[in-house]
Design a protein around this ligand. Structure first.
Ligand code: F0G
Length: 485
């Protein structure tokens, strides 16, 4: 990357603002660009209550009722607060089976931002993935991506394909500060095409931002480069667009030449290089449910639509109510607001900055939607076979009522069927995903302070062992107990 861009990144990382925006006095961390009209009560439980809940849950926070959680950072998906404008739009829902006016608004908005010809609504992102991969894949085909999200990988593999992650090597070092750690390695992508042959690759993908790799953005140069490489071999190119606006904000603030472009212009350019996208509107759509697939290919769109009718519904609602389509149409416009994005990204960065001051290890730089604690460095005395990420998650709940998700050995460690040897992932991460427009900066300060308190007494934390595990996706239902020493 150019020296200018890197200087800008350093300024951004130290101030939360890019040079192009200027750092206005008092605006190192832009405050919430909204005021609160409706509130939802949350209550703090006592440590004793939390201990009882945790035992009942088998030390798995997925099993704890949400009402017993104080600050819920399990996911940023479907947990956004909608605006008054979106709620007003819900009252204008046209619940006609066919041709709802909200569908036309939804379609028009998506065409304006994403630029694709066909717009197919689905009830969430993984259905868009399911439709796409069940239509284009068969055994032996290969799908490259920077990093597949787990539902994307599952949909590729379930349909006989091989999902290959080609994120750049630097992304694997949690301490390396780079502006676009979500970039795909184009040399590796070229080598893969050479090795398996273009005819074995029905499409290539990029996930923006790269959720499995720390919510890190992909640069416009990398999106363009991927597009050129795939298209040179006649391979279609799709974006997994869940967090497209957050990615666009990083391009604006970190990539040379984009400082004066609007988020809409940047989004238009990103999607202009692709042939289609899958989208979970539960993230940057600022809604609680919804998704879509959008694309240019007429014949493929026809096939997807036929399948949609079988599994979701008529093409003008696709598993959603008319009011949901309206809320998405409005959310997709609101998410492009630069005041919102400046606040959003800085809320995440601010938590990272607080942890950095106290020496708490986490994946750097902070991503768009989450801070990923580095549990291996946080708890070096707990070996990987005793789940350091779980130890940290359990303590986050017991100490402060905070819920986070483990992205480490519980989720990914694999036992070799023949040798019985367990392969552990490189990183043991604990993701603190921040819902959009939900928690105030003072609630986030509470999160930071409590993590620091846990860090200061980290030697007291103990490892865990499994008492129950399901054969697949065990992290959702696993039960555990503390290791007795
Ligand atoms: N792609 C990415 C990059 C995602 O992060 C998700 C969901 C999906 C696809 C699937 O979308 O949930 O609407 O079916 N991520 C959530 C998370 C679940 O917690 O990161 P969905």
């Amino acid at each position: 990357m150019s020296g200018v861009a890197f200087a800008k990144l350093k300024l951004y990382l130290s101030t939360g603002k890019s040079k192009s925006e200027g750092v206005e006095p008092g605006m190192k961390y832009p405050p919430e660009p909204f005021k609160i009209k409706v509130v939802e009560h949350i209550s703090r439980t006592t440590r004793e209550e939390r201990e009882a809940e945790m035992m009942k849950a088998g030390y798995n926070v997925f099993n704890i009722p949400a009402e017993k959680i104080y600050i819920d950072l399990l996911t940023d998906s479907g947990t956004s607060a909608m605006s008054d404008n979106q709620w007003a739009g819900m009252m204008l829902g046209d619940e006609s089976y066919a041709g709802s006016r909200n569908y036309y608004h939804f379609e028009r908005t998506i065409r304006d931002i994403f630029g694709f010809k066909h717009v197919i609504p689905t009830h969430q992102g993984r259905v868009a993935e399911n439709l796409l991969f069940s239509t284009i894949l068969h055994k032996g085909l290969v799908v490259p991506n920077n990093s597949h999200f787990d539902t994307t990988r599952a949909n590729v593999e379930y349909n006989g394909g091989v999902a290959i992650d080609l994120v750049n090597e630097a992304a694997k070092d949690p301490n390396k500060i780079l502006p676009f750690k979500g970039n795909i390695d184009l040399t590796k992508l070229a080598a893969l095409i050479e090795k398996v042959g273009a005819e074995k690759i029905p499409l290539g993908m990029l996930t923006i931002t790269n959720n499995s790799g720390g919510g890190q953005p992909v640069s416009m140069a990398n999106i363009r480069g991927t597009s050129e490489l795939l298209h040179r071999h006649g391979i279609p190119f799709f974006l997994d667009a869940c967090r497209f606006a957050e990615n666009a904000w990083f391009i604006k603030t970190r990539e040379t030449g984009y400082a004066d472009k609007s988020i809409l212009e940047i989004a238009n350019e990103m999607f202009s290089y692709a042939d289609g996208c899958t989208m979970s509107a539960k993230k940057d759509g600022l809604v609680n449910m919804g998704g879509f697939i959008a694309l240019n290919d007429d014949a493929l769109a026809q096939k997807l639509t036929n399948r949609l009718i079988l599994i979701e519904g008529f093409p003008t609602y696709g598993g959603l109510a008319g009011r949901d389509l309206e809320a998405i149409a409005r959310g997709l416009v609101e998410v492009l607001d630069e005041n919102y994005l400046a606040y959003r990204i800085s809320q995440v960065a601010r938590l990272g900055d607080r942890l950095e001051e106290a020496g708490v290890p986490f994946l750097k730089p902070t991503g768009g939607h989450a801070v990923y604690l580095d549990a291996k460095s946080f708890l070096p005395h707990i070996p990987q076979n005793q789940f350091p990420g779980i130890a940290l998650i359990v303590e986050l709940y017991l100490h402060a009522g905070i819920r986070a998700v483990e992205i480490g050995s519980l989720m990914f460690a694999q036992k070799d069927a023949e040798t019985g040897v367990v392969r552990y992932p490189d990183l043991e991460l604990v993701r603190l995903a921040i819902p959009r427009r939900v928690y105030t900066n003072s609630q986030m300060e509470y999160v930071g302070e409590n993590i620091i308190e846990i860090f200061e007494a980290r030697e007291n934390l103990k490892g865990f062992e499994l008492t129950y595990e399901a054969p697949v996706l065990r992290h959702f239902t696993a039960r555990m107990k503390p290791v007795m020493v």
